[in-house]
Ligand binder design. Sequence first.
Ligand code: HEM
Ligand code: MTE
Ligand code: MO
Length: 467
Amino acid sequence: QESPRRYTREEVKSHSSLETGVWVTLGCEVFDITEFVDIHPGGASKLMLAAGGPLEPFWALYAVHNQPHVREILAEYKIGELSPDDKAPSVLKTSDPYADDPTRHSALKVNTQRPFNAEPPPELLTENYITPNPIFFTRNHLPVPNVDPDTYRLNVAGPPGGQSLCLSLDDLYQFPKHEVTVTLQCAGNRRSEMTQFKEVRGLEWSLGAISTARWAGARLCDVLAQAGHQLCETEAHVCFEGLDSDPTGTPYGASIPLARAMDPEAEVLLAYEMNGQPLPRDHGFPVRVVVPGVVGARHVKWLGRVSVEPEESFSHWQRRDYKGFSPSVDWDTVDFDSAPSIQELPVQSAITQPKEGETIEAGEVTVRGYAWSGGGRAVVRVDVSLDGGLTWQVAELEGEEQRARKAWAWRLWHLQAPLPAGKKELNIVCKAVDDSYNVQPDTVAPIWNLRGVLNNAWHRVHVHVAP
Ligand code: HEM
Ligand code: MTE
Ligand code: MO
């Protein structure tokens, strides 16, 4: 085998623009990624931050790169290795951006530690209608900002010619306090089932990227009204910026239509309480947006700024992520501008008990799970099959009847059913129906998409029956 071409760090450093070619290092390996710059899923500008130097400090921040397929992509661009006699760079003394993250509950199943992404195990997820704060699923894209509640200010841009508001927490408390129970679901919930069908890019969420809390805060419509906004621009959007930001200083951001924001019946909150407590740091302390019935990505945490704009947020997470596509679209053909951003989510349900692969007692089975639909649509029925979908039984919905058009929270459900004697295995399936009679597709295949979002296929659990 031929020995690799050797380069010095100086040579690598001199390749840090598209004109000279873009080189980077990982360990002792050197890569020419010029051709990759424009197709980087995280954007060209972010990638260029690493041009001419090591990838490690950036990949430490974006753990999304700690995946085999990312290494494979990089491997294609290898051109050689660093000269062994080239002295190691003085260790970058950049402090760990995640060092100040809060401590977390040990029951959470961690997807990535940095940024922190974790879900409660199925056993705990449907133990309570209200998810306890410490095990509420967490989806962070960046380090958790440490916000001082005394100096915290929320900037609310006024209409053209108007005044901006600069609200302290005490100012926010002066607005009428509104409480609402809302289920929050990440668009990537149940992505791991999509991956099993065909590879997708994203965190491997199981069925726990969904949780429910009682939120309290000021209504967004009241705050916008105080800033002088009216619902005249029917096509406008309310843009939110978090106080968490990446190395370029770009904050997390997202937007929702102004019409939803200004509708008091939509109950969009600037929430400062979660289940009667101040928001935990992981969930947006001191203030986050809660948009009932809408995908988690729009519930911006650590809220720093609100503005009304003619267009949707220019954030990566509004424009280049959290969109759905045909199964035929791949990373070479995807046109993010061609699809609308995900807002209201489709009808969803999943089985939390028994668990995949479990051995259950003969005689009788108890199946439990959750069901929810976006846009305030109520769950009217959950069907459960013990034979892979050949025959169905109707599960019992727990808790209270939901409010029409304002069914913001999930229904837990269960089914207790006798088992036919001699059955050695069960293929348990569930599917929910919402009050628009929307149903779930039976398999992942027709709804598969390259980003692995919006998986609401029938949930299937295979179990063994003890002899
Ligand atoms: C996402 C590759 C360098 C920031 C991605 C993804 C790939 C990738 C394949 C999609 C991963 C997935 O969703 O599964 C690479 C390669 C790099 C590189 C091969 C070097 C040659 C960088 C650098 C930065 C960066 C230097 C930051 C300064 C990001 C961001 C995302 C991303 C922000 C989106 C993460 C998200 O969706 O939450 N990259 N990347 N990347 N990358 Fe990179
Ligand atoms: N807000 C900020 N500022 N930063 C983020 O990374 N993640 C979003 C949303 N709001 C995010 C954010 C996503 S994708 C989801 S699913 C929800 O927060 C998760 O909220 P949780 O962590 O409280 O469960
Ligand atoms: Mo999300």
